[in-house]
Design a protein around this ligand. Structure first.
Ligand SMILES: Cc1cc2nc3c(=O)[nH]c(=O)nc-3n(C[C@H](O)[C@H](O)[C@H](O)COP(=O)(O)O)c2cc1C
Length: 369
């Protein structure tokens, strides 16, 4: 039984050997500032400004050219990208922060105009997205082409790309890697019946739909260590045209049971109800909390009060904040001082440049860029 005093927002936390200075996590957020898919000084400034968080999880980062669905997102497959990430990591470490890299393969959520030559849009099955569009620079919102259904070689190669990019992340100095298994990207495309119609060992049953994601987790944790591996999941999430299906709850419980076997550092659950998504039953979060033996991060629509409540009730070990960190680089200080929070400018979430990115002010110092 954990005691409520263990769950103070501003207390240190030992995340599988990583000593976090508080329980406040910066949630992964794609910001589209990586021109040429290479991390840069501007990104180092942005993350450095937010290093008051106990743990920063980076924006979704592509483990392969095939994973570059969105414009201007960073990768982790080339030496140039590793060098770029070193600047980010060094800046966060210099300020005494910890940082994990989120590896995101967009799968079918992609457009060739956002991808380099010789890349391919891959997915478990060739099923088109009906309503979701993809933004392309200078062209606007475009329909996405139908992905190619992955053959066994492509599955193996993709798992290997994840493994290689996790090793690259450690080479860049990251404290660990978060596998993006949420929000309708490649791993969830395997998990969900809306996007997985396969009839081989990667589809058709709970164990088969989980196989790809678990192989990715296994590959990464054996490469860099389970204590440096986490995963983000969005049970009942519908982003990118995911659907509810009869076995969904049992499937997530099976998945988490397997994660226990692999002994990874954390599970990070997403609930996008605050962003207009359908409600995620509290029950599934509680079941995962009970089932998963290592750390649990909860995220989605949190403010300070709700975070303290959930920590004090033992519902989670850490709480991740997304949008509040965009407009409040010193979110931890503001929480500590019960100060007013600045509202983010949503028009500038994904635009290139420093505006709406590194120019939000701290309470006690004007940020110099
Ligand atoms: C601009 C923006 C970009 C995002 N990009 C990612 C991403 O790359 N990976 C991810 O897992 N979630 C992403 N999310 C979701 C956030 O991590 C978080 O779950 C969501 O914002 C809800 O938390 P909040 O209410 O604290 O903002 C993004 C959200 C926003 C607002």
């Amino acid at each position: 039984m954990k005691h409520s005093s263990e769950y103070e927002l501003f207390e240190q936390y030992n995340l599988s050997g990583h000593l976090l200075k508080n329980r406040i996590v910066m949630a992964p957020m794609t910001r589209c500032r990586a021109i040429g898919n290479i991390p840069n000084e501007l990104m180092a400034t942005y993350y450095g400004q937010r290093s008051g968080a106990g743990l920063i999880i980076t924006e979704g980062t592509a483990p392969s050219p095939n994973a570059l669905g969105y414009a201007r997102i960073p990768g982790m497959y080339s030496d140039e990208q590793v060098e770029g990430w070193k600047k980010v990591v060094d800046e966060v470490h210099r300020k005494n922060g910890k940082i994990f890299c989120q590896l995101m393969h967009t799968g079918r959520v992609s457009h060739p105009a956002n991808m380099p030559p010789n890349s391919q849009i891959l997915a478990p099955s060739a099923i088109k997205l009906e309503d979701t569009k993809m933004y392309v620079d200078n062209q606007g919102e475009l329909k996405m082409p139908v992905a190619k259904a992955m053959d066994k070689n492509e599955i193996e190669k993709t798992i290997d790309e994840y493994r290689h990019s996790a090793a690259n992340a450690i080479r860049a100095g990251f404290d660990g890697v978060e596998i993006h298994g949420a929000n309708g990207y490649l791993i969830q495309q395997f998990l969900n019946t809306a996007s997985n119609h396969r009839q081989d060992e990667y589809g058709g049953s709970i164990a088969n739909r989980c196989r790809f994601g678990l192989k990715v987790v296994e590959a990464i944790s054996s490469e860099i260590g389970p204590e440096r591996t986490g995963i983000r999941l969005s049970p009942f999430g519908v982003m990118n045209e995911m659907e509810h299906f009869d076995e969904i709850e049992d499937q997530y419980l099976y998945f988490v049971t397997q994660l226990n076997r692999l002994d990874i550092a954390y599970v990070h659950l997403v609930d996008h109800e605050s962003m207009g998504a359908p409600e995620v039953p509290e029950e599934i979060k509680r079941e995962i909390r009970i089932l998963f033996k290592n750390s649990l991060i909860l995220s989605g629509g949190y403010d300070k009060e709700r975070a303290e409540h959930d920590l004090s009730k033992g519902h989670a070990d850490l709480i991740a904040f997304g949008r509040p960190f965009i407009s409040n680089p010193d979110l931890v200080t503001r929480f500590y001082e019960n100060a007013k929070l600045a509202i983010p400018n949503t028009d500038l979430f994904y635009t290139p440049g420093e505006e709406g990115y590194t120019d939000y002010e701290k309470l006690h110092e004007k940020i110099k860029i």
